[in-house]
Design a binder for this molecule. Structure first.
Ligand code: NAD
Length: 253
């Protein structure tokens, strides 16, 4: 039976690209998002295809607001009831804000940390416990280059939350390793996604591509999806607690 992976915040953007890559690599996928309608619509879009792209039966949409720990519990139960098993989680949902550092309010800081960092905590706790009890599982946390070098345009709340995810990944990796559950992070730089084109004005983007990003290109979300699929494989058992840098040479270590 094909392994089943749940993705948070997957109705659009990177999450939807990860879903597409997982389906192409033979996984079944639960698309989840804060809006059930959007999650179901994306699942429907990805399920329809022809020939080898026909994923009907392999993808379904569910509501999961990462602010609520109970949503993780309920959606885990619903996905297990739907597909008969759950084998992995991608913590992808995030709020991406670019508020200038001195203008971030306490409320905005809490909102971003609650979605990005506390949401990842709840995902690792609820799915980590379930997968550990089964003796097998894969968790991938989507962090960011901003969590490593502070970022160029990202808000202090966003960058801090992503730095926290990198540390949290190591804590859960150590905690779950003996139970067959791996936990890894991916730290992408700016990718060719709608949100980047919305947040970065065209002249600034041109400057970034010409003068700042060493490979002179935005990252490929489909490639990131492929890396998630690699980390979800059964033979990826030896990789845990790692951060996968996919940043066009913007940060080398
Ligand atoms: N776009 C980039 O270049 C880039 C770079 C580095 C990292 N990332 C990371 O990739 C991931 C996806 O980002 P994206 O660029 O696709 O952004 P996006 O804003 O297009 O997608 C984010 C998704 O998260 C969902 N979401 C927001 N709050 C939620 C909540 N409370 N519960 C459930 N879902 C919620 C949104 O509805 C949306 O579908 C994020 O973790 C982001 O930090 C993106």
């Amino acid at each position: 039976m094909k392994d089943v992976v749940v993705i948070t915040g997957a109705a659009q953007g990177l999450g939807a690209c990860i879903a597409k890559a997982l389906l192409a690599n033979g996984f079944r996928v639960a698309i989840t998002d804060i809006s059930e309608k959007d999650a179901v619509a994306t699942a429907k879009r990805l399920s329809s295809g022809s020939g080898s792209d026909d994923n009907s039966g392999d993808v379904a949409g569910f509501k999961l607001d990462v602010i609520q720990k109970s949503d993780f519990e309920q959606t885990l139960a619903a996905v297990e009831a739907h597909f008969g098993q759950v084998n992995g989680l991608v913590n992808n949902a995030a709020l991406t804000l670019t508020t200038p550092v001195m203008e971030v309010t306490a409320e905005e800081f809490d909102n971003v940390l609650n979605v990005n960092l506390r949401g990842t905590l709840f995902g690792c706790q609820v799915f980590g416990a379930y997968l550990a009890q089964k003796g097998y599982g894969r968790i991938v946390n989507i962090a960011s280059l901003a969590g490593q070098n502070g970022g160029a345009a990202a808000g202090v709340h966003y960058s801090s939350s992503k730095g926290g995810i990198l540390t949290m990944t190591k804590v859960f990796a150590g905690n779950l390793a003996a139970n067959g559950v791996t936990v890894n992070a991916i730290a992408p730089g700016p990718m060719d996604l709608p949100i980047v084109h919305e947040l970065v004005p065209p002249e600034k983007l041109e400057h970034l591509l010409e003068n700042v990003i060493p490979v002179k290109a935005l990252g490929s979300p489909d490639f990131v999806g492929g890396i998630v699929a690699q980390l979800m494989q059964r033979d990826a058992f030896g990789v845990t607690g790692a951060t996968w840098d996919i940043n066009g040479g913007l940060f080398m270590r």
